[in-house]
Design a protein around this ligand. Structure first.
Ligand SMILES: [Fe+2]
Length: 366
């Protein structure tokens, strides 16, 4: 099974082409609805995720949505939004769920009984082409990932128009997440020559656009929204097959405890993980990555990771971890959570990282 990918210049082109109607349940937010959906006047059921809570998705919020939508008769779920909306929508196509924790803890099987159409409005998650949903499980104080083909979208729709209103900060945190997806997928032991095509293309586009933004200013991105959306999608295809690893694993405890945006939390760990990979196994795929980055950034391969860090720091903040409120004693707690809860990701690491490695990464960034 794979996701059908379609691209439309405007939201209305998609709405007419897919004949959005009364048997469609749209999950979105109010500002997207007012800007793009309401003017097209479609007779679908619409719910706003913010009615059920703010912040990144958690089990309580999703259970409330599942209870609310029982009153409706619908055949397709249409997610129009960023990563949170997509992660929630993926769980709404499952049959007979009362408590989503049972799905994440694999106490209940995933059976799909609705179609799923995903329309991303950020350029980062790639979630429109992956079978993964990430949710904060409040009682466990962490985020857990569900990877199951039952939640793979049937259709992914790329509409650059929808990124026009995305503030620069959100554009950047999502784009950097896409860059990290492509990079972690490229060096993953599960990478293939086919996933590499997608990873390399995404890295080339994203880093080149970042250079343009540094040279010409924030508005430069407006001419490259379609390219960035495609790059994010390509990164999604790459990591949907090859996986992501330590950067994501280390970032989840921070994201869950201090509500750091996902892309920003990932950026914290990105360069440290690449540096360790380079130290442990400099002759493998990390070498290919450095050659690719060096050619884009016009530096020596030995300077590629450092130059990438310098470029990214001009675009996104990288405070010390304590500035988010993290406590020094949480270093051990976070490492424990990574080791006990993120093995799904750690098995995609380029080289194994020890407990001491992870501790030193957190400590150096603290
Ligand atoms: Fe991510």
């Amino acid at each position: 099974m794979q996701t059908l990918i379609n691209e439309y210049a405007l939201f209305k082109d998609f709405a007419y082409s897919y004949k959005l109607g009364p048997k469609d349940l749209i999950l979105t937010n109010q500002s997207l609805y007012e800007a793009f959906i309401s003017p097209v006047d479609i007779p679908s059921i619409v719910i706003f995720r913010e009615q059920f809570g703010r912040g990144e998705p958690n089990d309580e919020m999703i259970n409330a949505i599942i209870l609310h939508i029982e009153q409706y008769d619908f055949e397709r779920v249409v997610a129009i939004g960023g990563g949170s909306i997509v992660d929630i929508a993926k769980l709404l196509v499952l049959e007979g769920v009362n408590d989503i924790v049972n799905i994440f803890e694999q106490k209940q099987a995933c059976n799909k009984n609705k179609e799923l159409i995903v329309v991303p409005t950020t350029c980062g998650t790639g979630s429109e082409v992956t079978n993964i949903s990430i949710v904060e499980i409040k009682s466990k104080q962490t985020k857990l990932g569900l990877a199951n083909d039952a939640i793979l979208p049937d259709d992914a729709i790329l509409i650059p128009e929808l990124l026009r209103g995305l503030p620069f900060k959100y554009f950047m945190t999502s784009a950097i997440d896409a860059l990290i997806h492509a990079t972690e997928a490229l060096v993953s032991p599960k990478a293939t020559p086919y996933t590499d095509l997608f990873s390399r293309s995404a890295i080339q586009s994203i880093v080149t656009i970042f250079q343009g933004i540094v040279s010409h200013g924030e508005d430069y991105r407006m001419d490259y929204l379609a390219e960035m959306l495609r790059a994010s999608n390509q990164a999604g295809i790459a990591f949907g097959n090859a996986g992501v690893g330590a950067v994501h694993a280390l970032s989840y405890p921070l994201g869950a405890a201090y509500h750091v945006p996902h892309g920003e939390a990932n950026f914290q760990f990105f360069i440290s993980v690449l540096n360790l990979y380079q130290k442990y196994s400099p002759e493998g795929k990390i070498k290919d990555l450095c050659l690719l980055l060096a050619s884009i950034l016009d530096v020596k391969p030995s300077e590629a990771v450092e130059s990438l860090d310098a470029l990214l720091k001009q675009l996104i903040t990288k405070p010390r971890l304590h500035e988010y409120g993290m406590k020094e004693e949480e270093i051990d707690i976070f490492v424990d959570r990574v080791i006990t809860q993120q093995q799904r990701l750690l098995k995609n690491n380029y080289t194994a990282l020890t407990r001491t490695d992870m501790e030193s990464i957190y400590r150096n960034l603290y």
